[in-house]
Design a protein around this ligand. Sequence first.
Ligand code: NAD
Length: 287
Amino acid sequence: MVQNISVIGSGIMGRGIAYNCAIYGYNVTLHDLDKSALANAQHSIETLALESLEKGYITRVQKNLLFENVHYINNLETAVIHADLVIEAIIEKMDEKIDLFRKLDSICPEKTILATNTSSLSPTEIAAQTARPDQVIAMHFFNPVHKMKLIEIIRGLETSDETVQIIKKVASNIQKESIEVTEFPGFVTSRMNVLIGNEAMNMLMEGVASAEDIDKAVKLGLNHPMGPLELGDLVGLDTRLRTLEYLHKTLGEKYRPSPLLVKYVKAGRLGRKSGHGIYEYNKEVRT
Ligand code: NAD
């Protein structure tokens, strides 16, 4: 049974996953290599809890659970020592994920399930670096985690049925719907979503319409809740670019990253998290 969840990486996704697991009663440790990222995550998690309580989205009991049950830990061994489930949410780079999963495999208890929140990479390749490939799986959350209902569950080649069942149960305990996906680059959602976002960047580059009008067209004409350019800024343009680069390599030409996206990332225009992406943001914005 899962009681203790360790989340590795306290960026946009890690902090959201930690928040969501804690308000539904899990004991959570949140780890990051970067102490300032961890402090920033604590501030944003606690601010979100207070705002959500005020708006009636969570109860006082849930707010208290969150303040009591999320532990912010800079040391990896300490963060995972009691973990029943580890959810990895670090940078979208295979070599960094492999390095982390090798470490996790050597320091976590034998029972621990290791999940990755990758947007596109292969859980089979990650699992193969460990001595427990049957207990490795991808659990793909969506941004912002506290609002988005879905988790894509992707089984690697060796993932056991028991691991899948345990992860489905955790997903339903934290009030998410889940779908089971057979591993393929980009799964279901990323594969479609990055194409729309990339096409929007190409249209912006070609001068087809302004950023505001491209987003407005997709919201009002296609009934998407967010425009693809504002969504790119929310996801992080660097994260979006890494996913496209991987899908370009694995699925071919239609995923070639827009030159404008590449240019923005080179300039450090990463979206909301850097204060400037396709749009400009107040530096305080870091949700
Ligand atoms: P982010 O850049 O906001 O945060 C990553 C965090 O991981 C940073 O705080 C960094 O310091 C930390 N980190 C990096 N290497 C580490 C390591 N070895 N050990 C501990 N901490 C480490 O990234 P993000 O947007 O939260 O994305 C994280 C993962 O989630 C990626 O795999 C991404 O593809 C996936 N994802 C992102 C989104 C999204 O909308 N941003 C949605 C679904 C999935």
